[in-house]
Design a protein. Structure first.
Length: 408
């Protein structure tokens, strides 16, 4: 990509991206956690406001059906030693650089399927491959391109843990800034609003060790709401303690300098001409405003995790969160309050319950709608963990490539 096309969405960049379909992509950053630990699981859970002893107290967890501590569902974000084969020269050429360097990248859709838990002491291998490239027009960003990646996870025994399928929208930053229509005000909260939020926190209950039986669940049943907010920069900092940095490699000062030498685009200068991480738009309002947004905002992974929190508290220790799909349709800004709500919409088969979910802000806007499939015990039988489409990491790669080759 030349300097005159940096930050510009071109047909050439789209075709370059298409060359990557199905090509395993080596991970550039080591995982935040090499193995599941009591500390790692607890720090992650505390980072989104969850003190469930199933992932925070080994003594409690040992008395459950899992017979030990397990990690929260989206803990996989923090895991994953690279399972990609060493690329040959041709593959290196295909994967060199970012076809969409300089564009804004916004998470749009995320899907998960979980087949078995990550247990205390587990290591995890991850294989990433791009599986979709689709140009689209957007009222916000003009010409955009939707890029879908698969992240496949296997535990230390080589057994499949989960698949994560994510779609990001890539848009020209100057175009999105020109088209940005969202002019929001962020008035202070009054005492009544804060009292309503505090009352929801105080009312939180967890099903825990009391089984929620499939027979007792009815279509229309509502999940107890969860509130997350008002979102503060402090919350984003605490989230990063458990989640890691993800995009920008972890480390400060000389370590960050070493990374910046290799990837200067990850460190645009701030107002004082100091190179700083691109991720700062999540806590630095001035950077967000430079990009056409009224305020800093959260990460999609935070809301995905909040949805999981509402579900795992509702289903109890004996349930299993099998599938989750959600769409990030609006930004969740610093200062916003998110209400996580859900209700049962179907019971398609014994053990299976389908739940519609949503993240809704204090303005009444649904920022992230979603749907989940949960497995609950019946009075006659415990939950049996679902089988993955393939038993091995390599087998899953072939399954996913075939799945997307037929346009699913």
């Amino acid at each position: 990509m030349t300097s005159d096309t940096f930050g510009i969405l071109t047909d050439e960049s789209i075709e370059r991206s298409r060359l990557r379909l199905g090509v395993p992509q080596p991970q550039h950053n080591p995982p935040h956690n090499i193995e599941v630990s009591w500390d790692g699981a607890r720090h992650f859970a505390f980072g989104y406001g969850d003190d469930n002893p199933l992932w925070c107290d080994p003594e409690y967890a040992a008395k459950t059906r899992w017979e030990g501590l397990i990690a929260p569902p989206t803990f996989l974000y923090t895991m994953g030693e690279d399972a990609a084969p060493k690329p040959d020269p041709e593959t290196k050429a295909i994967l060199k650089g970012d076809p969409f360097a300089g564009l804004g990248s916004y998470q749009a859709v995320m899907e998960f399927e979980w087949w078995r838990p990550l247990r205390e002491g587990d290591r995890c291998r991850k294989l990433q491959a791009q599986v979709g490239v689709q140009p689209k027009l957007s009222s916000f960003g003009g010409k955009t391109v939707h890029v879908t990646h698969d992240f496949l996870y296997a535990n230390g025994e080589g057994e499949m843990h989960a698949v994560q399928r994510g779609t990001w929208i890539n848009a020209e930053r100057h175009t999105s800034k020109q088209r940005a229509k969202e002019k929001l005000e962020f008035p202070p909260y009054n005492d009544e609003q804060l009292a309503e939020i505090d009352a929801c926190y105080a009312a939180e209950t967890r099903r825990g060790g009391e089984p929620r039986y499939w027979e007792d669940v009815q279509v229309g049943d509502e999940l107890q709401p969860r509130v997350k907010g008002p979102l503060k920069t402090t919350d984003v900092v605490v989230w990063h303690i458990g989640w890691g940095m993800q995009l920008t490699p972890p480390g400060s000062f000389r370590i960050a300098y070493d990374v910046r030498k290799k990837a200067p685009g990850l460190y645009p200068a701030n107002a004082r001409n100091i190179p700083d991480t691109v991720q700062r738009l999540h806590w630095e309002p001035e950077r967000a405003q430079e990009l056409g947004l009224p305020m800093s905002y959260d990460y999609g992974a935070m809301r995905e995790t909040w949805l999981c929190h509402a579900i795992t508290d509702w289903m109890g220790d004996d349930g299993w969160l099998w599938k989750l799909r959600c769409e990030h349709r609006k930004f969740n800004y610093i200062g916003d309050t998110t209400w996580v709500r859900g209700h049962v919409v179907d019971k398609p088969a014994p053990h299976q319950v389908v739940i519609e979910l949503r993240c809704e802000n204090q303005r009444g806007e649904i920022t992230t709608p979603g749907q989940a499939t949960v497995l609950l015990p019946t009075r006659d039988s415990a939950v049996v963990l679902p089988d993955p489409p393939a038993d091995t990491l390599d087998g899953m790669v072939q399954h996913e490539l075939q799945r997307f080759s037929v346009g699913e």
